[in-house]
Design a protein around this ligand. Structure first.
Ligand code: NAD
Length: 422
């Protein structure tokens, strides 16, 4: 099939490279010219395991192209995926600016085209946005009718950064929210070779499935962090407790890693957007608000523990190991490290930091931090572990003060060792 992808970020690239690897002809469009130039040369603009190797293969085979010219890319497509960002506004509501712009551009491009593609929203959008925002804009700009002249689906993405391509090839399920049966049939044909359940729903239901999934996972993390905070006071290792409860099939062992809270580009913004939409329609989502509130304060618990061993950090060298919200990505969006480093600097500490993939990105927010090797970070007065990168297991923590937010057991050899929830 001929596929175009609007937005070549984590989701757009994994989707584009994934479908191209399956023999489809893919054009990725991005408004960021520098990103597109890199892609054309086979260079991945983000860090994501396996994706770079696959990108080079599909480029060589001619199955993958990148461009800034949306109009030429979408004109001949059977399927157009919208994969642009949907960030939070300061009040927590979803910012649909990128979605609106992409919809306008797609509408303009379809105006003089005889093609009848299916437009698929893959970006995470609040229930009602595909039919209430995307469809009317495309109709207005193309002069064409959804369901007659072009198809519409909402196909939420569940991939995890750090595992994006492997999640693309092996999803737990594919959800197809369809405007009409033809649109759903076309998209289902694209997913024909996937060995997982395919769930066909209304568009609004598909949009809600994505929010409910992320809200549930965020809740599970805040839940185990709360149990961990109680365990810490009782002298119990929450990881043993998690093992014990995770053996219950109704609970499952996943997402029970207590620590300094969730971050990234999805959980915080998606839970906030769900809270905002619930309030807008007159419902007070108390559970979801608690999930966010607990997550706001969880990173700072590490600093409370540091205080036990170092009452005043002013002028002290505090080392930070790990800046990304999780390992195997370069993404620092809403990472707990941001809150922790900001607070340390505010209290007058000298911060030294190391991360295998995210130091360039972090430098843009915190130019005053001293970026160095992991070994140099260990030479600080105290060390905080903020991401569970594998390489941190091999460091020599002997004689150090370590406050661990991510359960690196090897760090227990430190002179002083404190785990945030254990
Ligand atoms: P991203 O910010 O990494 O990428 C978005 C890309 O879209 C950027 O490269 C930007 O330049 C481009 N763009 C913006 N407007 C454009 C336009 N009008 N035309 C062409 N390109 C445009 O975003 P992401 O992390 O890939 O997330 C995309 C969507 O998928 C979001 O809604 C997000 O919530 C959702 N999602 C993300 C993940 C994840 O792990 N990152 C997982 C599931 C779902």
């Amino acid at each position: 099939m001929k596929i175009s992808i609007v937005g070549a970020g984590y989701v757009g690239l994994a989707t584009g490279v994934g479908f191209a690897s399956m023999g489809n002809s893919v054009i990725c469009v991005d408004s960021d010219g520098a990103k597109v130039e890199k892609l054309k040369q086979g260079v991945l603009p983000i860090y994501e395991p396996m994706l770079g190797e696959h990108l080079q293969k599909v480029l060589e085979k001619g199955y993958f192209k990148a461009t800034t010219n949306l109009s030429s890319a979408v004109r001949d497509s059977d399927i157009i995926f919208i994969c642009v960002g949907t960030p939070s506004k300061p009040d927590g509501t979803i910012d649909l600016n990128f979605i609106e712009q992409a919809s306008k551009d797609i509408g303009d491009a379809l105006k003089d085209s005889g093609n009848q593609p299916v437009v698929v929203v893959k970006s995470t959008v609040v229930p009602g946005a595909t039919e209430g925002v995307v469809v009317p804009i495309i109709e207005r700009h193309s002069g064409k009718k959804a369901g007659a002249d072009f198809g519409v689906c909402m196909n939420p993405e569940f991939l995890r950064e750090g595992n994006a391509l492997s999640d693309f090839f092996n999803p737990d399920r594919v959800v197809i929210g369809e405007l009409d049966q033809r649109s759903g049939d076309v998209l289902e044909r694209l997913y024909h070779d996937f060995k997982c359940p395919i769930l066909r729903t209304s568009i609004k239901t598909a949009e809600m499935i994505k929010y409910a999934s992320n809200a549930f996972l965020a809740t599970k993390i805040s839940f185990i962090n709360e149990i961990g905070n109680i365990c810490k006071r009782l002298g119990i290792d929450v990881y043993e407790v998690a093992k014990g409860i995770g053996l219950d099939k109704r609970i499952s062992p996943y997402f029970l890693n207590a620590g300094i809270g969730f971050g990234g580009s999805c959980f915080p913004k998606d839970v906030r957007a769900l809270i905002a939409i619930a309030k807008k329609i007159g419902y007070e989502p108390k559970l979801l608000e608690s999930v966010i509130n607990l997550n706001e304060t969880q990173p700072l618990r590490l600093l409370e523990l540091l205080k036990k061993h170092m009452p005043d950090v002013r002028g002290k060298k505090i080392g930070v190991l790990g800046l990304t919200f999780k390992p195997e990505t370069d993404d620092i969006r809403e990472a707990p490290s941001i809150k922790i480093v900001r607070e340390l600097l505010k209290q007058g500490a000298v911060v030294k930091a190391y991360d295998p993939k995210a130091m360039d990105g972090f430098k843009k927010i915190f130019p005053k931090v001293k970026y160095c090797s992991a070994e140099e970070v260990l030479e600080s007065d105290a060390v905080l572990i903020l991401t569970e990168w594998d390489e941190f297991k091999k460091l020599d923590y002997l004689g150090k003060i370590v406050i661990d937010g991510r359960k690196i057991d090897e760090a227990k050899s430190a002179r002083v060792y404190e785990g945030v929830c254990w």
